[in-house]
Every structure is written in structure tokens, then in C-alpha cells.
Design a protein around this ligand. Structure first.
Ligand SMILES: [Zn+2]
Length: 275
């Protein structure tokens, strides 16, 4: 609509941060204009961000939207909500062939969600396993969504382990499961919810992640960090999460930024522009 502008919060960044997980294609659902919020984020010092896919056919549009920002990287995969699709075979074929045409740094977002009605546990496990195998063929890491499904996820990993170091994204599982995922070679990524006052269990999980296996993300437009909780989220707000995590881990924000950026470079094999 001509003249319509989105209203969004000013960026909050120290400078040099990476956001390892956001969804460009969902920003407009929360009234945000992608170009505008990314220009604000990069203009305020964001170093890089990874736009994560949800369906086999979303990658062209995401490239078109984001390609002019050199700090944007892409992941591409089928979200668990695709598990019960009638045309899943066809979708998997199209997903598989699209990796030839698009440069991506990870396969995702994939996984299992037991809180939503995304198909049976068997259907979700099958799609998850199949995409891990595809990632292994393509030598890509996977980005894993887990909602109340630790057992199913570990079940699949037991016979379909990712060969590349991979990511448990927006960690929300119990603290005692962290070591199981670390043992499978995962890095653990925390979203804005780790800053919430009522999330001591998440910070307990955070305490168990070695600094060289820690990633941070917005999962924007969802889960805006404290003190912007409940409002639309975008990569420019990730400084709040770095702040809260640095305080909790008793690190300087700049030490934390250096660690997370170096972890992300390693996991996703990113060639970042120098600062
Ligand atoms: Zn996500």
C-alpha cells in the first residue's frame, strides 16, 4: 500500500552481532517491512543473519528479497508442519533439486513439534530423518526445531545422526537433555525467550552449554527479547539477548559476540565480510 510504513522498535545492538535464525518471509505477518528492518539492523552494526526456510518453494522469494544484503545467509528445508502433506514426495523432490540452484549454509528448519497438530509422530519422524539424510548427502548442517519432542528427536538421531556439526534452535527442552544433544555434536542456540523473567529453566540449560557450542538467534518475528517482549521481533533486536546472556554468563558482551560469531562461522562455514 503506497505510503504505508511499518512501525518497528529502534535497533539495539553493540555492533558485530550475528543472528543465526530468523524468518524473513514471516516479518510482514507482524507488520514489519523486511527491507526497512534489515537496513536498520545492518546500519546499526548487525554483522550477519541467517534467513531460515519453512517450505520447498520459499527460497526464490527469499533470495529476491534479501540478496542485496551481503550479510544475509540462507537455510532451506521443510518445517515439521509439512509432515502430513499429500504431496510430500513431490515436495521432497523439489526441495532436493533446489539445492543445485541456491547456495545455502544449512538445511532447516526441520524437526518435530508435538504441541501442534502437524501429523502423527511417525510422519514427523520420517520427514525429519529423510531431511537429515539429505543434509548428510549435501554435507550441510541441520537446524532442528524441537517442541516437546525430545524423545522422538533422540530416537531419530540414534539412527540418522547428522554428519556435520548441527544446531538445536531456540532451545526449549529440559536442561538435563542439553548434554545428549551436545554428544550428538549439536551447538545449542537460544532465542529471546532466554531473557524472559519467567524462564529460569532455560537459563539453567544455558549454564550447561560450553561457550564454544553456544549460538544466539531472534527467531524473528517471534519471541522478542525482554524488554520488547510481545512486540514484533527482527534481527536488530538481538543485542538484548546478547546483553542478557553475557550478564548471566558473566562475560563482556564483546567476548560473547566474538564467541558466537566464531561458532557460527564454524558451524555454517560462513565467509563473513570483515568488520
Ligand atoms: Zn524458526
Amino acid at each position: 500500500m503506497p505510503g504505508k510504513r511499518s512501525h518497528f522498535e529502534p535497533a539495539y545492538l553493540y555492533g558485530g552481532e550475528i543472528d543465526t535464525h530468523f524468518h524473513a518471509s514471516k516479518l510482514s505477518d507482524r507488520g514489519l517491512e523486511t527491507e526497512e528492518v534489515l537496513t536498520a539492523a545492518f546500519g546499526s552494526g548487525l554483522r550477519a543473519c541467517i534467513d531460515v526456510g519453512l517450505a520447498e518453494d520459499d527460497i526464490e522469494a527469499r533470495h529476491k528479497l534479501l540478496d542485496e544484503h551481503s550479510g544475509v545467509y540462507f537455510a532451506h528445508g521443510l518445517y515439521p508442519s509439512n509432515a502430513a502433506r499429500d504431496d510430500l514426495r513431490d515436495a521432497m523432490d523439489r526441495l532436493r533439486s533446489s539445492y543445485d540452484r541456491h547456495h545455502v549454509c544449512a538445511l532447516g528448519e526441520i524437526g518435530i513439534d508435538r504441541r501442534r497438530d502437524y501429523g502423527t509422530s511417525e510422519q514427523q519422524k520420517r520427514l525429519f530423518a529423510e531431511q537429515i539424510e539429505l543434509a548428510n548427502e549435501l554435507r550441510l548442517p541441520v537446524i532442528v526445531h524441537n517442541r516437546d519432542a525430545e524423545r522422538d528427536i533422540l530416537d531419530v538421531l540414534a539412527s540418522h545422526a547428522p554428519q556435520r556439526e548441527s544446531v538445536m534452535h531456540c532451545y526449549s527442552g529440559p536442561a538435563e537433555m542439553v548434554s545428549r544433544f551436545l554428544d550428538f555434536g549439536f551447538s545449542i542456540s537460544f532465542g529471546g525467550n532466554v531473557t524472559f523473567k519467567n524462564a529460569p529453566a532455560l537459563r539453567e540449560a544455558l549454564d550447561l552449554v560450553p561457550i564454544d557450542r553456544l549460538l544466539l538467534e531472534t527467531d524473528a518475528p517471534f519471541l522478542a527479547p525482554h524488554p520488547r517482549r510481545g512486540r514484533p521481533n527482527y534481527p536488530g533486536l538481538i543485542g538484548y539477548t546478547y546483553k542478557a546472556v553475557a550478564e548471566h554468563r558473566q562475560l563482556s558482551p564483546f567476548e560473547l559476540i566474538a564467541s558466537v560469531v566464531s561458532n557460527a562461522k564454524r558451524v555454517f562455514e560462513l565467509e563473513l565480510d570483515p568488520l
